[in-house]
Design a protein around this ligand. Structure first.
Ligand code: G3H
Ligand code: ZN
Length: 290
């Protein structure tokens, strides 16, 4: 069923698990994600970037998610990923999203606060959950170029600023930059646990969000889900799994030009990856408690 995030995040914060947030842009990906969550008896977040909304159309994509959520036996949160404006957030809220992210992380601190606050006021008046980002994640959807002496570490979240940011904006969840990168960079990305613990001790009531989880080691992921990280975003690994499965179809002798035969293996691959991530995040079996 389509669900609000509030009770699920409260539980994730109090317990040792995180909710997986998986990106979709079409029917097959959405089915793969929700089937896996159903199988694992886990709440799940299905999220759409602005690019996905542009590709499929907001009404089409949100209708697919709502329909499949309605058929599921587990809570499904419909979330806007990396929303860049109040306008996008508003459109998603009107379309029935139960959660939105406003990402102004590449703007100066005060401007990030101002724009985030505007979205928080609009969303909270309508019972919608808001995630925002402080510090920035390198890669797609975030910082792409480094200038004048900048290194990836220049964008890590500052704990004191995080406190000021949450207090000034009233945001529900905070995406933090603690070493992950958007995209799958196995061996190059790892979580700075010292920093993560510092942020959570300064903001003990705030659910934290880990972006860029593709490419992170299983150990890092499991350990992170036992902290106040309550939401973990995975996109690239689903795309890679989907592409490999479809490619394998063409690489092997095939006698059909039926799109269902071509895309079906992609859907199954996504389901398998999501089911595995849900196990790592520790949320399997928690769906029955709401
Ligand atoms: O917002 C989406 C995520 O942060 C996905 O990151 O592509 O590295 O899994 P990823
Ligand atoms: Zn992200």
């Amino acid at each position: 069923m389509l669900s609000k995030p509030h009770a699920i995040f409260a539980d994730a914060l109090a317990s040792d698990f995180a909710i997986g947030a998986f990106n979709t842009s079409n029917m097959e990906l959405t089915q793969g994600i929700i089937r896996a969550a159903d199988r694992q008896k886990s709440p799940v977040i299905v999220q759409t970037s602005e690019g996905a909304i542009e590709y499929a159309g907001l009404q089409v994509l949100s209708s697919i998610i709502k329909t499949l959520a309605g058929q599921a036996s587990v809570p499904v949160i419909m979330h806007l990923d990396h929303g860049k404006s109040l306008d996008t957030a508003k459109r998603c809220i009107e379309a029935g999203y139960t959660s939105v992210m406003i990402d102004q992380s590449t703007l100066p601190f005060e401007q990030n606060i101002k724009n985030t606050k505007e979205v928080v006021e609009y969303a909270h008046a309508r019972g919608v959950w808001v995630e925002a980002e402080l510090g920035a994640i390198i890669g797609n959807e975030g910082v792409k170029d480094l200038h004048g002496g900048q290194t990836p570490d220049s964008f890590l979240t500052d704990p004191e600023q995080a406190k000021q940011f949450v207090e000034s904006t009233g945001v529900d969840a905070l995406a933090v930059s603690v070493g992950t990168i958007h995209g799958a960079f196995s061996g190059q990305e790892y979580i700075r646990f010292e920093l993560l613990h510092e942020i959570q001790s300064i903001l003990p009531q705030v659910p934290l969000v880990l972006h860029g989880a593709s490419g992170l080691s299983s150990d890092n992921l499991t350990q992170a889900c036992k902290t106040h990280v309550c939401k973990v975003n995975v996109d690239t690994e689903l795309r890679i799994g989907f592409e490999r499965a479809v490619k394998a179809y063409f690489d092997n002798a095939h006698d059909s030009y039926d799109p269902r035969k071509i895309l079906g293996p992609g859907r199954d691959a996504v389901e398998a990856i999501v089911a595995e991530k849900i196990t790592l995040f520790g949320s399997a079996g928690t769906a029955g408690i709401y």
